[in-house]
Design a protein around this ligand. Structure first.
Ligand code: GLN
Length: 513
């Protein structure tokens, strides 16, 4: 198994190229010494270069990657290998990394280099994973389309939207759009993402990959550039639930010294229950997720997936999440409020961009921020400062907090009747690049099904369940969302894995990759 397979995108019938193998399979090959970590890193780096036109990656440091791979090979040889030793991974550019730049997709952080690794990055490295590079994301993770990055992708001088490998005229989803596109195009077997209001689940759905956002607090937020601190969570994206389980097991765990909101729950091996039977599993189907705004393509695939679950032994239970629609205004008050506070640190003094010309301190602040932030970020800072301001705080921010609690309570009432909840991830498949770029509200509305679980802090995942059939969207992937109660990641992954054993949507691959 060597480099000669690298450029073929033949199906697994021929020779099972390295890039078609998942995390689990690659870890196995590495241990069996049928491929080295260095060969694997070179293979994926060559693919990343060959598919630069997707604009998924914003930075490579090939020497760093190869040095990490050589160290992995040494540990494999010495028998001191970690669980994922030598398996390549790529990180969303919102995680700080000491050997790569970290821009969070913002002009504000161009050229910024962190002196330390985010905890999630460090944990995956401790498990032996080799970092391929950094992945494009919407600026400060604000967005649903990956059209809002100010960081130029590799091979280009100017910022560019990430392209969906299933149709390069379409968006990959966001804000972890680079992560989803890279995994779908087999430029990396797995990637990290972050999800504040859907940014792991929605791009996973739009690119036909699998992703999980764990319970709020499961993974440390240390070293994740902050957007909305009460919502931000890290999670893995890969092609299968099994691979996500492997990464998630390595990523989670308490971090009391560095993230005071991290849960006091020991790291768990999420692979243990993957194969459990689904006999008797009660799946709640919220009526509010199947209303008028749902595209017929998405509705049909999700319905078919629910039938498949019945065949696997699950029972479907009709439930209600009555405040689903309110999750949009609630989220778009709370997230900008927190963002306006978090982003106040970018003032041109401590780190990041500073305006070249200014008259006094206040002018320096203003020019720095005017130059450093993009339109969507400015919009959110303005909304956030408005809803937090004296006189509006009670009317907007406090009301939103109250409804947030009610949304969480609605879920708990639902979980009295079911073990997990299933529905669509997004109302439509991936839209055309440019289609909603001038219409922030249209973008916000498309988050309707991912926001509720985020506001409640619940774990949610996205699995591929089909492809659009209608003429305009033909062939674009469709995702189904699974939502669990607190710390029920193992159950979600189990349900996803059993589904993937019975179906092959997650194995489909975009033409040309
Ligand atoms: N689309 C949502 C937003 O723009 C969610 C983003 C995210 O989860 N990071 O805020």
């Amino acid at each position: 198994m060597g480099m000669d397979h690298s450029m073929t995108s033949s199906s697994k019938i021929s020779s099972n190229p390295l890039h078609d193998m998942g995390v689990q399979a690659l870890a196995h090959e590495l241990r069996a010494k049928s491929v080295s970590a260095v060969e694997l890193a070179q293979h994926f780096l060559a693919r990343i270069r060959a598919h630069e036109r997707l604009s998924a990656f914003v930075e490579l440091q090939e020497e760093v990657t190869l040095t990490q791979a050589r160290a992995a090979d040494l540990r494999l040889a010495q028998g001191t290998a970690g669980l994922l030793e030598g398996v390549p991974v790529a990180h969303k550019d919102i995680f700080v990394t000491k050997d790569f730049a970290a821009t969070a997709g913002s002009r504000m952080l161009q050229g910024y280099r962190s002196p330390f690794d985010a905890t999630v990055v460090a944990k995956l490295s401790q498990a032996g994973m080799v970092t391929l590079g950094k992945l494009s994301c919407d600026e400060f993770a604000m967005g649903s389309s990956n059209e809002n990055s100010a960081t130029a992708p590799i091979g280009l001088q100017e910022p560019a939207p990430v392209r969906n490998p299933w149709n390069t005229e379409r968006i990959p989803g966001g804000s972890s759009g680079g992560s989803a596109a890279a995994v779908a195009a087999r430029l990396a077997p797995a990637a990290t993402g972050t999800d504040t209001g859907g940014s792991i689940r929605q791009p996973a759905a739009f690119c036909g990959v699998t992703g999980i956002k764990p319970t709020y607090g499961r993974a440390s937020r240390y070293g994740m550039v902050a957007f909305a601190s009460s919502l931000d969570q890290a999670g893995p994206m890969a092609r299968s639930a099994e691979d996500c389980a492997l990464l998630l097991s390595a990523m989670c765990g308490p971090d009391p010294d560095r993230d005071s909101t991290s849960l006091d729950q020991p790291a768990e091996d999420f692979t243990v229950h993957l194969h459990d039977s689904l006999q008797g599993l009660r799946i709640g189907v919220p009526a509010e997720f199947f209303g008028a705004g749902l595209s017929s393509d998405v509705g049909a695939s999700v319905e078919a997936a629910l039938k498949q679950y019945e065949q696997l032994g699950a029972t479907l239970v009709p439930i209600h999440l009555p405040r689903t629609e309110l999750s949009i205004p609630v989220y778009y008050i709370i997230a900008p409020a927190e963002a306006s506070s978090n982003l106040s640190r970018f003032d041109g003094v401590k780190f990041g961009h500073r305006a070249q010309k200014f008259t006094d301190l206040s002018d320096m602040y203003q020019k720095t921020r005017a130059e450093g932030f993009g339109d969507e970020v400015k919009r959110r800072i303005m909304i956030g400062t408005y809803v937090l301001s004296h006189g509006y705080y009670d009317a907007y921010y406090l009301q939103a907090q109250k409804i947030r609690r009610m949304i969480a309570d609605d879920f708990q009432a639902a979980f009295a009747k079911c073990d997990l909840i299933a529905g669509p991830v997004a109302p439509t498949v991936a839209w055309k690049i440019g289609d909603k770029s001038d219409d922030p509200v249209a973008n916000y509305l498309a988050d309707i099904f991912t926001l509720p679980a985020s506001l409640a802090g619940l774990p949610g995942m996205s699995i591929p369940v089909g492809f659009a059939q209608s003429t305009t969207d033909k062939g674009l992937p469709i995702g189904m969302q699974l939502i669990g109660s607190y710390c029920q990641e193992a159950r979600l992954l189990n349900a996803a894995h059993r589904f993937q054993q019975a179906t092959d949507f997650h194995e489909a691959k975009p033409a040309g990759f």
